[in-house]
Ligand binder design. Structure first.
Ligand code: FAD
Length: 276
C-alpha cells in the first residue's frame, strides 16, 4: 500500500500583508512535508494573476505547487498558454475544474464542463501533468440527480484524471459510499477527502449552503449556540474534524487535503492530534 498523500490549499492573497501572512503559513506547513500546496483560481479573471504569482513563488521555494485551473468562460488559447507557463516553470500537477459561473457572465467560453478540460490537458501535454479533479461525496449542488452526478464524475475521471480531491464534508459515510459507487463504475483513482477546519460558524454555514455540504444538525445547533464565543467553536471544531480525519484514514482514505484558508493553526493542530 502506498503511504497517504497530504496536501494544503491556499487562496491567492490580495494585499501585501496577506502575501506576507501566507509566506509565514507556508513556512510552518512546509515542515510537515506535504506532497503539494495547491492554489485556487477565480473563474472569470478575478484572481488569476494572484494564482500565477503565488504558484510561481511556491515553486521557487523548492516546494511543489499545484495551480487550480478553472475553464469556464475561457478559450483553448488562454488555457493553453497558462498550461505552457506552468509547464515552463516545472509544475507537474494541475487541479482541473470547471469553476463557478461568475454572476453576470454571458459567454460560457469554449469549455462547458471539467471533463473537457481534462481531455484538453491530456491531448496537449500527454502525461506531463498529474491531473486532479473535484469530487462531491454529497453531490454537486447543480446536479440534476445523484445518479447523473456520479455519471459525470466517472466521465471526468475516465477522461484522464490521476486523482480526485473532494468538496469538504462532515459525514464520513457520504465519502465511503461515494468511493464505493465510483469503484463499482470502474474508477480506481485515489479520492482524497478535502478537509475544512472549523474556525467560526456563520461563514462556514454560508459556504456550506452554497456548495452543498451538510453540517449535521447536532453540530450546526451546537456551533450556533456558542454565538461569538470563538474559543468554544474552535475547540469543538478541532475535536470534530480530527475525529473525522481519523475515521477517514482508518477507513482507507488515501490521504487528506486541507482547505487552510491561508492559516496554519488548525491544520497543524489536527496533524499533531492525528500523530502524523
Ligand atoms: P464539473 O465536473 O464540470 O461539474 C459541474 C456540474 O456539471 C455538476 O453538477 C456535474 O454533475 C455537471 N456535469 C459535469 N459534466 C457534465 C456533462 N458532460 N453534461 C452535463 N452535466 C455535467 N472553484 C473555483 O472557481 N476556483 C477554484 O480554485 C476551485 N477549487 C476547487 C477545488 C476543489 C477540490 C473542489 C471540490 C472545488 C473547487 N472549486 C473551485 C469549486 C468548483 O469550481 C465548483 O464546484 C464548480 O461548480 C464545479 O466544478 P467542477 O470542476 O467540479 O465541474
Amino acid at each position: 500500500m502506498t503511504s497517504p498523500s497530504f496536501s494544503f490549499e491556499f487562496f491567492p492573497p490580495k494585499t501585501a500583508e496577506g502575501i506576507e501572512k501566507l509566506r509565514n503559513t507556508r513556512r510552518q506547513l512546509a515542515q510537515l512535508k506535504p506532497e503539494f500546496f495547491s492554489v485556487t483560481f477565480g473563474a472569470g479573471g478575478t484572481t488569476q494573476q494572484g494564482t500565477i504569482d503565488t504558484v510561481l513563488e511556491i515553486q521557487s521555494e523548492g516546494l511543489q505547487a499545484a495551480p487550480h485551473l478553472s475553464c469556464i468562460g475561457s478559450t483553448r488559447a488562454n488555457v493553453g498558454s497558462l498550461l505552457q507557463l506552468y509547464r515552463d516553470a516545472g509544475i507537474r500537477r494541475i487541479v482541473a475544474l470547471r469553476g463557478d459561473i461568475p454572476s453576470g457572465m454571458v459567454e460560457v467560453g469554449e469549455f462547458r464542463y471539467a471533463n473537457e478540460l481534462v481531455e484538453f490537458i491530456r491531448a496537449e501535454h500527454g502525461d506531463w501533468f498529474h491531473i486532479e479533479i473535484a469530487a462531491y461525496p454529497e453531490y454537486h449542488p447543480q446536479a440534476r440527480t445523484a445518479h447523473d452526478d456520479l455519471g459525470n464524475f466517472v466521465r471526468k475521471a475516465k477522461a484522464g484524471a490521476n486523482s480526485a480531491i473532494t468538496q469538504y464534508f462532515f459525514n464520513a459515510d457520504a465519502y465511503f459510499a461515494f468511493v464505493d459507487e465510483v469503484r463499482a463504475r470502474g474508477v480506481d483513482i485515489p479520492v482524497v477527502p478535502g478537509i475544512m477546519p472549523i474556525n467560526q460558524f456563520s461563514q462556514l454555514a454560508r459556504f456550506s449552503d452554497a456548495c452543498g455540504t451538510e453540517i449535521p444538525r447536532w453540530l450546526r445547533l451546537k456551533l450556533q449556540s456558542y454565538g461569538d464565543d470563538v474559543a468554544s467553536i474552535k475547540a469543538l471544531g478541532l475535536d470534530v474534524v480530527t475525529d473525522l480525519c481519523r475515521r477517514l484514514l482508518d477507513g482507507g482514505a488515501p490521504g487528506l487535503h486541507f482547505y487552510t484558508l491561508n492559516a496554519a493553526g488548525a491544520p497543524s493542530t489536527i496533524w499533531q492530534r492525528l500523530g502524523l
